[in-house]
Design a protein around this ligand. Sequence first.
Ligand code: F55
Length: 799
Amino acid sequence: MATDINKAQFIKDFKDQLYEDFMVKNSDATAEEQFVALAKVIKNYVRPDWFRQKNGIVADKKKTAYYFSIEFLPGKMLQTNLLNLGIYRMVEAALAENGVALNDLVAAERDMALGNGGLGRLAACFMDSLATIGAPGFGNGIRYKYGLFKQKIVNGYQVELPDAWLSSEGNVWETKKPHSAVDVKIYGNVYLEPHDGGVLKPVYENVKTLHAVPYDMPQIGFQNGVVNNLRLWDVEIPEKYELDYPTLADRRRVEDITSVLYPDDSSREGQSLRLIQEYFMVSAGLQTIVKSYAKMGLPMTAIQEKVAVHINDTHPAMAVPELMRILMDDYGVKWSDAWTSTIAVMSYTNHTVLSEALEKWDAALFKEIVPRIHQIVGEIDRQFVAKWASKVDACVVDNTRIIRNGQIHMANLAIIGGHSVNGVAKLHTELLIEDVLKDFYTIFPEKFNNKTNGIVPRRWSQIANPKLSNLIDDLIGKGWRRDIHELKKLENLTSDTAVLAQLDLVKTANKQRLADYAKKMLGIELPVNAIFDVQVKRLHAYKRQLLNVMHIIKLYQDLKANSELELTPRVFIFGAKAAPGYHFAKSVIKIINELAALVNNDAEIGDKLKVVFLENYNVSLAELIIPAADVSEQISTAGKEASGTSNMKFMMNGALTLATLDGANIEIKDAVGEDNIIIFGMDKNAVYDHYQKHDYNARAIYDNNPEIKRVVDAFVDGTIPNIHYEGHEIWDALVSYNDEYFLLEDFDDYVKKQAELATLYANDKQTWQQKALINIANSERFSSDDTIELYAKEIWEIN
Ligand code: F55
């Protein structure tokens, strides 16, 4: 075990590795070289456990959960891996003795950003938690050459640059496994031909064959000797079919398949390359799974006893017909048996209620790219309709069938082809049942269940917030580092004023750490005695960054009207990427930046208000920002945010949540109690009421509420310099297009609650820190280890 390694041995291994890879002495090596060497040493340490776990799948015939996700967003891995191996302190000390600061090596690692946001980050947390609870788990994804774009802000606008995360060293954590490559077929024609015994076998013509090559990454459990595997697939041209790709352009088209992560976090036009990505990953992963299962020597019709396949959002939903195809075409299983197994193997998580985000494919395109899968989907659809037409209303069948109006509905495929569909927070699952998927619920009520999201507590407290972690050690001992539920003990300390004062010091230190970063990046001085009010997440209309902006404009206008006004100093911090084609979102970014320039440079405002937009929000930046937050902005329109996960990270780091009753905010409120969270605005019923009655009138609010009018007009009346059409676009969205996300209706209550919390912060820091401590104590409820326990027990039935 890696824990047995002592300092002397480690330093020898480290120096040997530097010598082997770079032929340098430690004293001459760059931080990048030292990072690479350290990562390789770690990989060598885990290799035996990793190898054993991978081979154990077949050898021990253990049921394994295969998590399919088109996105994984782990961020950096060095600290997590050291911590989970139990050698963090030893390595840090050994390096220090040799003149190397571990932090410099941490800085040298690049973020692995193969995901857009919450969905991809959740997949990464789940991989850690699967290993940590000691469950056999195996991730399948795509090894994109370019991750989520790098965001630069130029003249206030978002500019997207490619994220070339694979340095010349490649990804140091991965191991290429050409030995485990498989072929994936796309395009061509397919027809069925009778074989002996009358079985129909598909015959393929003019197909394109792709070579899928896996790269494996260890997923190290927390100090338990378990190392699971994350497998990312890359594409190559198969030597055998080289003649199919004679020109350079042909070859490039193949390379394109794993070239880029699509940067949209909600809707997307159906592009053929994306469909190929999805099938490529699903087919490569499933072929490998069935091959491993076949090696166990068990009947193919019992595959569900050893294999669970999870479909993370609809992107891997072709797993359903692909497993049918493999079982029938490659292993001769008959349809009815294959179908029984497929349903038992598959499960699906929904991450959104937004209808534009529910994936649909044009049936003609689908047929062109995956003709055999198209046939199978057609047959699944036909049998589904035949079975249910006589049992339920025609419109129920119409709303739930897979192929309708020339489109293939991927969520419908995932639900019909699996035994479980879950939402990611209580409210979200309720909405799926009552609204978005209600017709499915009448047919398959037993399939529905909730699994509220969680976060890996190691990364989001121990690693991101060492100062708080040390304080917690002093207060309740170190047991919480292994068992996060021990955080609950902190609740006994809420009236200890010395503790609250220490908590305040830790927060201030973390704010200083962030202020130093802002100074370096933007040249701006942030006063750490101010409230750090943070909203970091993808930029989307439903997440309502604009509501936050409106509040800032109001404060600015109030101060301009009365420079004597008593105002608790406040720093508003934003981080957000907009999908490159999402015009509105980009306008909001521009406006935030111009508002920042206005406010920050106004001498009359001084230190009372600061606004910063930190570019290129990613996992590493989150680890810096979240521990520094006093206020966590979770202000989506009720009913729209499926869960949220940053809300959990903020509470774990002692921020107070300012929230609507949406997603997991509701469960955070239940955990901390109403007094320790600030709730405002319409709830989901109020929102749905407007939908039903069609009675929302933004124009009337604008006309009748002078304060709102003043704020909204600031977008177009020259208050904010350097914005042009952006301001008009926003004004129109709010007034002319009837404010789809109800910002105007929620504005007054938001402003009121903001004022209340500012007063509390200014007048009673102790009560504030008391609430912060209660939040930290109760964040134990949101560990992804517990979430994954529930998936393992209730959905996958693995040990
Ligand atoms: C990415 C690509 C497409 Cl095509 C669609 C959606 C996404 C994506 O990134 N979605 C996403 O992040 N959804 C979020 O999932 C989180 C984890 O469940 C939730 O907490 C969050 O509410 C939800 O918006």
